[in-house]
Ligand binder design. Structure first.
Ligand SMILES: [Zn+2]
Length: 304
């Protein structure tokens, strides 16, 4: 068939249009494939997550700081017993429970150095031990101006029966304030699950310069920035006032193995949950570091 010049021209246009259509379809497919790729990898992520993100208790180090020293033993209870005795007994039970639960690297932190130097030493030791979590164990009292007097076993002792309950403190100056608050929340909720309640009295005007901001009203977590052991530690850190030993009834409860075992169970629950949440966060962080450059690559080169 003979082809005229005009026909040749329209044929060329038709070929060009067809090639453009082919190119357009290829281009659209390439873009769709590129857009589909990250979706597939996020599905792989979702299925891979549970095993990779699991808590490994044997690798997770908890430092239990036993508050005060034998020479400077902290508060004196309503029945005349030094706080250090309570701290030591509870910390030992908590350590046993954590080790039994698989947290075999848990250590008790003891020092003979009196404060304030001893407090800096405690934080430095926890940092050296590369702890994942720091928990200072204490028992509560009240300021001297709130003390009343009574006689017990022939001795004059002091008491205040008004403010039973635990209290948890974190410092906004800790290197991991968010982690400290997260663990404080878990611990408070775990103590409540064991039937214990926190004391709200740190918010009252009668506490004067010892008043604290209640940063987690559900769990009983207060802010106390200047506590050296919380301020100087480089890992999540809380201070637990496990209960009031200046309260005559609560002191007797705090002295029983039954109360210590409830607090230990709460510790195991809170530490286990915290360890799992840290493992999941580390896993997500790794995924983000890998996934971001890959996504950028798709954006830059996927449509070519
Ligand atoms: Zn104390």
């Amino acid at each position: 068939m003979a082809v005229t010049g005009a026909e040749r021209g329209s044929l060329t246009t038709a070929v060009r249009a067809a090639s453009f259509l082919v190119f357009f379809v290829w281009f659209a497919l390439t873009v769709l494939c590129a857009a589909g790729a990250p979706r597939a990898s996020s599905e792989e992520r979702a299925t891979a997550q549970p095993s990779v993100a699991a808590c490994r208790p044997a690798d997770f180090r908890v430092v239990l700081d036993v508050g005060h020293t034998p020479e400077v033993p902290g508060a004196i209870s309503a029945h005349g017993i030094p706080e250090y005795v309570f701290n030591m007994r509870l910390a030992a039970d908590v350590k046993d429970a954590l080790v039994k639960a698989g947290f075999a690297r848990t250590v008790l932190l003891l020092t003979d150095t009196a404060p304030p130097r001893g407090l800096f030493e405690r934080a430095a030791s926890a940092n050296r031990l590369d702890a994942d979590l720091f928990i200072a164990i204490h028992h509560d009292s009240v300021p001297d101006y709130l003390l009343q007097t009574w006689e017990y076993a022939g001795h004059e002792e002091h008491f205040n029966d008004s403010f039973p309950g635990y209290a948890i403190f974190i410092s906004d100056e800790n290197a991991d304030r968010a982690g400290s608050l997260a663990f404080g929340h878990l611990l408070g909720k775990a103590l409540q699950a064991q039937g214990l309640a926190y004391t709200p009295h740190y918010t009252l005007p009668l506490m004067r310069h010892r008043r604290r901001q209640l940063v987690d009203a559900a769990a009983g977590v207060y802010r106390y920035d200047a506590l050296v052991v919380l301020q100087r530690t480089r890992m999540p850190a809380v201070l637990l006032e496990a209960g009031s030993i200046i309260n005559r009834t609560e002191e007797l409860a705090m002295a029983t193995p039954e109360r210590r075992s409830r607090i230990s169970a709460a510790m195991v629950a809170a530490v286990s949950e915290f360890c799992a949440s840290r493992a999941a966060a580390r896993h997500d962080h790794r995924i983000r570091r890998v996934a971001v450059p890959r996504a950028t690559m798709h954006r830059r080169y996927g449509a070519r």
